[in-house]
Write a protein that binds this ligand. Structure first.
Ligand code: MG
Ligand code: MG
Length: 250
């Protein structure tokens, strides 16, 4: 069932989303060579808990043990922060975080660079960000979920990259994952119709190589099958009559 949120609920999600944006700004500034992903996770959790009533959405969700997902280089999503995972110059690290406030969630992700990265890496990140923007640009009332996926896919594949198929965006609200699923591929005018008050997490996961992924033995970390780099950018948006409103902007 797809739920439609009230103005008041969307405003609460916007407040949760501001905290999410604050976490990502903080973590981006601290994602430097020598930092462990565990340290980033501690910073993120402390920041969230410093806001009255806010809690990390991921901790305990399906049994996930941390506040952040931190996924380095060929890791696509769901990497577990660890004291032994230390960032090195030239790495990219995807940081995904959710915040729950007043019983409602917001969800956003960025891929941060550690020091100087190769031009090809920079292009992957820029393309993934543009793919997210393209998806958001068509997420207005009257369009369909397939329009979002199509827009994301056009940008990603147009740049010679590939779209992960096994993992998708999602509705979000009182539950972290709600209907509908929001794939990063699709056909125009297909899928659920977008209505004012729907709230969606749009989140392209784009690989430099092939689209195939596999899950590591920790049963969480998803990596590219060919070892190529992967980038992830995400915003939570509310559908309005006049397009999508980003709820996880700073
Ligand atoms: Mg997320
Ligand atoms: Mg999400």
């Amino acid at each position: 069932m797809i739920t439609v949120k009230s103005e008041r609920e969307i405003e609460t999600m916007r407040r949760a989303g501001r905290i999410v944006a604050g976490v990502l700004d903080l973590v981006r500034s601290r994602a430097v060579a020598g930092a462990s992903t565990w340290e980033l996770d501690r910073l993120a959790e402390d920041f969230i808990l410093s806001h009255q009533g806010a809690t990390p959405s991921f901790k305990g969700l399906y049994g996930f043990p941390a506040t952040l997902c931190t996924s380095i280089n060929a890791e696509v999503v769901h990497g577990i922060p660890s004291k032994t995972r230390v960032l090195e110059a030239g790495d990219i690290v995807s940081v995904d975080v959710g915040v729950c406030l007043g019983g409602l969630h917001a969800d956003s992700a960025i891929t941060a660079t550690v020091g100087e990265v190769a031009p090809a890496t920079r292009r992957l990140l820029g393309t993934t960000q543009r793919a997210l923007e393209a998806g958001i640009a068509v997420a207005g009332a009257g369009n369909h979920v397939g329009d979002i996926g199509y827009a994301v896919q056009q940008v990603a594949e147009g740049a010679g990259f590939s779209v992960v198929r096994e993992l998708v965006g999602h509705g979000i609200g009182a539950q972290f994952h709600e209907e509908p699923q929001v794939p990063n591929f699709g056909r125009p005018h297909r899928g659920a119709r977008l209505m004012p008050g729907m709230t969606l997490a749009i989140e392209p996961m784009i690989n430099a190589g092939g689209p195939e992924v596999r899950t590591l033995g920790d049963r969480w970390t998803v990596v590219t099958a060919d070892g190529s780099l992967s980038a992830h950018f995400e915003h939570t948006v509310a559908i309005t009559e006049n397009g999508a409103r980003i709820l996880t902007a700073a």
